[in-house]
Design a protein around this ligand. Structure first.
Ligand code: A2P
Length: 263
């Protein structure tokens, strides 16, 4: 950032984009360089964006890469008239994005008490923080089983999650750490598929228990939830009905929630 940059740009880092991948006409991911000083816990989010006159255009984005990775990865929705995403979707390798180097968030292992299964419920791009969590070895030190669910409208939107699973399986070191502990369940609600329906319905009608071997339990399960406000509310109700208490960084509990930010 040059000396003449307006005040609002102070403290921001400018990072070069190293790859861009479009998954559907609604979603894409990109990676950028990671400054050595940029630390975060898997599952946290940072403010990122683009130059925009006197004031940068910044939004909260979950960091999708694990905390050991050399690059930072983000997974984003494209909103045609969204102030930031309408521009961000045109990113190319070599372009620069802005980032405030102070990641925060509640979807972190520290906000959960010990348990046996870690269940990560997401819809749409709400999978982003969990892309970080499932690639963090600490997750598998703390839990015997990790279940990631993602509900999307169409099958194509599940490609990012499927690609993540394939990437983990092909990574020699990570696949050894993960072993057979990780399960991904992708469901669709609008397009016909083998696994249809909202995960909230699966939880209520027994399909979740059938697919994972056990019902949601306050004793064994710890839960992270990321998606729209309506989705968070319903999942929260289901967790509370199972006797779970919401956790936070200062007071760890049995489940934690966070809105999938950009819309
Ligand atoms: P549905 O198609 O039945 O609305 P969106 O694109 O609107 O953010 O939705 C992403 C996915 O989340 C869709 O599959 C949608 O299902 C699902 N969804 C929307 N609201 C809820 C909710 N309250 N609980 C669980 N899943 C939801």
């Amino acid at each position: 950032m040059s000396e003449e940059m307006p005040k609002a740009y102070r403290g921001l880092n400018s990072l070069k984009v190293s790859s861009v991948k479009h998954y559907t006409d609604k979603t894409f991911s990109f990676t950028c360089e990671r400054p050595e000083s940029f630390r975060f816990r898997s599952g946290e989010f940072a403010m990122i964006g683009l130059e925009n006159g006197d004031k940068p255009l910044l939004r909260a984005y979950s960091i999708a890469s694990p905390n050991w990775a050399e690059e930072l990865e983000f997974y984003s929705i494209k909103v045609p008239d969204g102030p930031l995403t309408s521009r961000l979707q045109h990113l190319k390798v070599g372009d620069e994005i802005l980032i405030r180097p102070k990641p925060v968030g509640t979807l972190v292992l520290d906000a959960l008490i010990a348990g046996k299964r870690l269940i990560l419920f997401s819809t749409g791009t709400g999978i982003a923080p969990f892309a970080s969590t499932i690639r963090d070895p600490e997750t598998y030190e703390k839990f015997d089983e990790v279940i990631l669910t993602q509900t999307c409208r169409d099958t194509k939107e599940l490609d990012y999650g499927k690609a993540l699973m394939a990437e983990i399986a092909s990574d020699e070191l990570l696949s050894e750490v993960v072993g057979d502990k990780l399960t991904y369940i992708g469901t669709t609600t609008r397009e016909e598929s083998d696994t249809m329906g909202r995960m909230t319905d699966w939880l209520r009608d027994g399909r979740f228990a059938a697919a994972t071997g056990a019902e949601l339990s306050a004793e064994n399960d710890r839960v992270m939830i990321c998606g729209s406000m309506a989705m968070l509310k319903e999942h929260k109700q289901i967790c509370e009905a199972a006797g779970m208490l919401e956790g936070s960084n200062s007071e760890p509990g049995q489940f934690v929630i966070e809105k999938a930010f950009v819309d």
